[in-house]
Design a protein around this ligand. Structure first.
Ligand SMILES: Cc1ncc(COP(=O)(O)O)c(C=O)c1O
Length: 363
């Protein structure tokens, strides 16, 4: 299966002949604060436990996740990254047809294709800011009768946040066709739990919520995520996982991360401030349209003849800045790039580089 994601710092470093730490990675959207001191200590403590097998039921972590998301413990299934759960779904849910609200994370389609599901896309348009209208989507669900409907909130790569009320309405619209809503809230922590529809989805028994701890808690290399669903569905998904799915260090890190409320508050404040600054500054650059975002990334549209591939290549070669070329997203094209929101000095590095890049004559 094609690998079409950001965060490819090792390949970029090999290409440039430098160390991966010299690359400013804006292609994966990770918390600019990095590991919290509490998580770092938890990882060190976990090292002592590494000779032993992990707790196979990840009890402390599961309890912490249940308390954090305000759902019953029996509704939580921890996994080594939400991507693993995405790949389980088409194996565990009976069916053969899925609808994806796009543009969206490509692993939904990869997982479905691997298990021979038919995929339809409900395309949102950049021309109206990727607005999600309930009626046309509900009509598609009625017409296609998919067994799975994938919606990411806040959306990636657009950064649009759909109100939780709209998500709950969509859930109701899925009932007549028995469609299971897969609500990917990988970036919801950046918006705040008050925008999440997780509790309602779990309670309805008609959906599954995917949460990732790799972005907000900067644990991408450790791999940690979870599914929240009605107990029967959570159990069915869990039965498809191999034993010791979540390693000891990830279990310790997850418990410490969820308890670190100061880190969470600081992150939300920093990201909101820096996103506003980046949005305003980049919006003033000629030839770039910036889409408003609620998450820790911004989607940019470049005016032709500048393309995402060209900009990515130039910024990497000249500034060691790695952007996400979004041309591989269904519903976007070679004019779209995504940049992560980082700390002030890193954002200034991007602004300076883009300033230069948009003035360069195009090849
Ligand atoms: C929308 C979305 N969902 C899920 C994931 C997977 O995250 P992870 O497997 O690291 O938990 C990603 C990663 O980029 C993502 O962008």
């Amino acid at each position: 299966m094609a690998f079409d994601h950001g965060g490819t710092i090792y390949a970029a470093a090999r290409q440039l002949g430098c160390h991966p730490s010299e690359i400013l990675d804006l292609s994966a959207s990770i918390n600019p604060l990095g590991l919290s001191p509490a998580v770092r200590s938890a990882c060190l403590a976990a090292l002592e436990q590494v000779p032993h097998y992990p707790d196979p039921v990840a009890k402390r972590l599961t309890e912490a996740l249940a308390a954090h998301f305000r759902v019953p413990v029996t509704s939580v299934l921890a996994a080594s990254g939400s991507t693993h759960l995405i790949h389980l779904l088409p194996q565990v849910v009976p069916g053969s047809r899925a609808l994806i609200v796009a543009p969206a994370f490509s692993e939904y389609a990869h997982a479905l294709t691997r298990h021979h599901w038919q995929i339809d896309y409900h395309l949102l348009s950049p021309n109206d800011g990727f607005r999600l209208a309930l009626e046309p989507l509900a009509a598609e669900v009625r017409r296609l009768r998919p067994q799975l409907l994938f919606l990411c909130n806040p959306a990636n790569p657009s950064g649009t946040l759909y109100p939780s009320r709209q998500v709950r309405e969509l859930l109701d619209r899925c009932t007549p066709t028995g469609t299971l809503l897969v609500l990917d809230e990988a970036f919801m922590d950046f918006c705040g739990e008050e925008h999440s529809a997780a509790a309602a989805v779990v309670q309805s028994g008609r959906g599954i919520v995917l949460r990732s701890l790799t972005k907000f808690y900067a644990l991408a290399g450790l791999r940690l995520g979870c599914a929240l669903a009605a107990p029967e569905l959570a159990k069915r998904l869990g039965a498809a996982l191999p034993p010791w799915e979540v390693n000891t260090m990830a279990q310790f890190a997850g418990v410490a991360a969820l308890a670190d409320h100061d880190y969470a508050a600081e992150t939300r404040e920093l990201v909101a401030d820096e996103r506003n600054l980046l949005f305003e500054t980049l919006s003033r650059l000629p030839g770039i349209t910036v889409f408003p975002s609620t998450a820790n990334y911004l989607l940019l549209k470049l005016d032709a003849p500048l393309t995402a591939a060209r900009l990515q290549e130039d910024l990497l070669a000249t500034y060691r800045i790695l952007l996400r070329d979004c041309s591989t997203f269904v519903g976007l094209n070679q004019q779209f790039v995504r940049v992560a929101v980082r700390n002030r000095s890193e954002n200034e590095r991007l602004i300076e580089a883009l300033h230069e890049a948009v003035r360069l004559p195009t090849r």
